[in-house]
Design a protein around this ligand. Structure first.
Ligand code: HEM
Length: 458
């Protein structure tokens, strides 16, 4: 509900929260451990907290009904907020960060690429990439160590290239590093609230500019290749973008739009799925019973040696439950920041226009009123029928409302096939003593990487 007129005193209640003096220490802790701070705040103040942080006042809502209001019931009043707007200099105006008519136009252009029929047709390509990954990992069997986080990042970028762009991205040698640089810059801009001009010669800003130039060249090359060699169905992202941007009157603007959209899609699509898979391999290693069940299901469904079908994929029910539980504990998009356009009332509290509003899937997914023993990893929570009793908005790894993740089916399909294929053949074990600290960047990553030893299952 959007309220523009002066409201009765009842609704002008201010949410509880720390005083301005206390927030200094919160800010200091935020630099070190943002997740812990968010969890502490939710535990201490409840479902709504007012956080005066530096020049900003944030409203942190940690309840499914508030998430529903902000994301699904009144989304027009909540634009993308702190962090994402600041990441715009790095990501440009792609689908993730744009608003209003531009967003509508972009979503309309991109949506057909993600239609179920088209995504289902990519099943074979994803299964092939998963098999190639298992074969590469098998080369290390016998205890050889691989960085699973890095491997997953390369894999998911390759899969996106094939499934969305109909292109082999491995030909572009710098692309992995370029995306790292874009991600670092986006994070830097979020943390510094865009206060450092782009020309300041900090090493990572220089690295970002080099990456941007490389990505410009890559995008130009992808477009030139597609014009020279049109795809059979013409329904890949590059073809759709060539078609859509050809209507722009200014060629420079068309080129920037193409770059922004492709960079956004590739970044949004590969880091999230790679993060899910990395956490999955770690959690599965820590829970041998889960590993055993995953292996049995994978052998039963994928062990026939026949090409994978859609029906097979739907039989990977336990694998899906495991991934859902992984994304509950470690949602790749751990924070959904929004900016209130007009005054509003949420959960009985007044939220003024211009306020920064936060929803944190990481804390929402651990809310004790909706999750029993929330810290425990238990894929049974997602067993058939078990989710029916839960509020739909208590679990939002893909967001909700009109900005719901456009790539959710592709991400889930990829993660399911990759996890099952690896679990069928191999066991991955964490190098003993290696610290696996969650690092909330653009996505929720594992700070130092994930070195795991590879063993084959006889
Ligand atoms: C496990 C994998 C994934 C997770 C957990 C995930 C999560 C999310 C979330 C939470 C949002 C909403 C952000 C917000 O409301 O501020 C989102 C949006 C988006 N995602 Fe995903 N995502 C995943 C995979 C993908 C894939 C494979 C793609 C494909 C390229 C993709 C592309 C996007 C795009 C373009 C948006 C912006 C949509 C819009 O605003 O209209 N994501 N994703």
């Amino acid at each position: 509900m959007t309220v523009v007129q002066e409201r009765p005193a009842r609704t002008v209640r201010r949410p509880p929260g720390p005083s301005r003096a206390e927030t200094l220490s919160i800010l200091r802790r935020m630099v070190r451990n943002r997740l812990e701070v968010m969890q502490d705040v939710a535990t201490r103040y409840g479902d709504v907290t007012r956080l005066p942080l530096g020049p900003k006042t944030m409203y942190f809502f940690n309840h499914p009904e508030s998430a529903k209001h902000i994301l699904a019931d009144n989304p027009a009043n909540f634009h993308k907020g702190i962090g994402l707007v600041h990441a715009r200099r790095a990501l440009g105006d792609g689908l993730l960060t744009s608003e209003g008519d531009l967003w509508k136009k972009q979503r309309k252009t991109i949506q057909p690429v993600f239609q179920a029929k088209r995504i289902n047709r990519q099943l074979g390509a994803v299964a092939e990439e998963a098999d190639k990954l298992a074969a590469r990992l098998r080369e290390h069997a016998g205890g050889g160590v691989v960085d699973v986080r890095k491997t997953m990042t390369e894999l998911t970028l390759g899969v996106l290239g094939r499934t969305l762009l109909d292109a082999d991205l491995s030909a572009f040698k710098t692309i992995g590093e370029d995306f790292e640089a874009v991600q670092d810059q986006a994070m830097f801009e979020m943390m510094s609230l865009n206060s450092v001009p782009g020309w300041v010669p900090l090493p990572q800003q220089r690295r970002f500019r080099r990456a941007q130039a490389n990505l410009d060249r890559i995008v130009d090359q992808l477009a030139a290749d597609r014009i020279a060699r049109p795809s059979i169905d013409g329904d890949d992202v590059v073809s759709q973008l060539i078609e859509s941007t050809s209507k722009e009157s200014d060629p420079a603007a068309a080129r920037i739009r193409m770059r922004d959209e492709l960079v956004t899609l590739l970044l949004a699509g590969h880091e999230t799925t790679a993060s899910t898979l990395s956490w999955a391999f770690l959690l599965v290693d820590q829970h041998p019973e889960v590993r055993r069940r995953l292996h049995e299901e994978a052998v039963e469904v994928l062990g026939t040696g026949q090409p994978l079908t859609l029906a097979d994929m739907h039989r990977l029910t336990y694998t899906t439950q495991v991934l859902e539980e992984v994304m509950r504990l470690y949602p790749p998009v751990w924070l959904l920041p929004r900016l209130a356009v007009e005054d509003d009332e949420i959960a009985g509290y007044h939220v003024p226009a211009g306020a920064d509003v936060l929803i944190c899937p990481y804390t929402l997914h651990r809310h004790p009123d909706f999750w029993e023993d929330p810290e425990r990893f238990d894929p049974e929570r997602f067993a058939p029928g078990r989710s029916d009793r839960r509020s739909r908005y208590a679990y939002i790894p893909f967001g909700a409302g009109p900005r719901f993740c456009v790539g959710n089916s592709l991400g889930m399909m990829e993660a399911t096939i990759v996890l099952a294929t690896v679990m069928r053949d191999l066991r991955l074990t964490l190098v003993p003593g290696f610290p696996t600290v969650p690092e909330p960047q653009l996505t929720l990553r594992i700070r130092e990487g994930l070195p795991m030893a590879v063993h084959s299952i006889a």
